[in-house]
Ligand binder design. Structure first.
Ligand SMILES: C[S@@+](CC[C@H](N)C(=O)[O-])C[C@H]1O[C@@H](n2cnc3c(N)ncnc32)[C@H](O)[C@@H]1O
Length: 217
């Protein structure tokens, strides 16, 4: 499944939903085409991307807002999507509108990097990871569905164990293993601190795979 299709596949029918940082507006378009919500909003902090969304959504009943995250958003919302940004920026957006996010039925996050930071930050803020989906489109993308609630801790470097496509997850972990071995090799004579860190990450990876019955290379 491709990245945007994966994100939209996790959306449950709802009354109102916002796509934050929409850029092109394709997520909102897919939500409207699938009739997943009667009230759809998109926000973007930049004028250029927002005009792209307006152009692509001109035949749709979607409200487009020039806005930093959800700052200043006045109505209640049932659901949100925050996709295609770094984990730290996603957490900043959630923190800045905590009152809105905490009352939503669910929201979907798709970070481009800093996934373990995001998983830990969400756990620490009392959000429960309900669904995870791994997609592949030139590279792997993790899609996560959260709701307010106390979760149980897990190794935030890895999946909580909710991926249904075990084969794809196994490929993902093998790719991670190869990258770590590569860094281990290039740092062995140049950066012993990094080398030690990577050795520990490899050990964590091996433990995670062992505990989940996944064979590495
Ligand atoms: C790489 S695009 C991702 C577009 C789309 N969400 C996707 O997943 O394909 C990131 C978009 O987020 C917007 N953005 C960055 N920070 C934002 C913020 N604080 N609030 C709203 N939009 C933001 C950028 O202007 C850009 O259009």
């Amino acid at each position: 499944m491709k990245r945007l299709e994966g994100i939209v596949s996790l959306i449950k029918p709802t009354e109102s939903i916002v796509d934050i940082g929409s850029d092109h507006g394709y997520i909102a378009k897919m939500i409207a085409d699938k009739k997943l919500a009667p009230r759809i909003y998109v926000t973007d902090v930049a004028v250029g991307p927002l005009s792209r969304a307006r152009e692509n959504l001109r035949d749709y009943c979607v409200e487009t807002l020039l806005m930093d995250g959800l700052k200043g958003f006045k109505e209640d919302l049932d659901a949100a999507v925050v996709a295609g940004m770094g984990g730290e920026l996603i957490i900043k957006i959630i923190d800045e509108s905590e009152a809105l996010f905490s009352q939503m039925d669910y929201f979907i996050l798709q970070p481009m990097q800093q996934i373990s930071y995001l998983r830990r930050a969400m756990y620490e803020r009392n959000y429960f990871l309900w669904e995870e989906l791994l997609t592949f489109e030139d590279r792997f993308y993790e899609v996560l569905l959260y709701k307010k609630g106390r979760d149980t801790p897990y190794d935030f470097e890895y999946s909580k164990g909710l991926y249904s496509d075990k084969e794809l997850y196994s490929d993902y972990l093998k790719e991670k293993q190869m990258k770590l071995h590569y860094i281990l090799d290039v740092t062995k004579n140049t950066d012993l601190t990094r080398n030690k860190e990577v050795q520990l990450l490899l050990e964590r990876l091996e433990t995670h795979c062992k505990n989940n019955g996944i064979m590495l290379l």
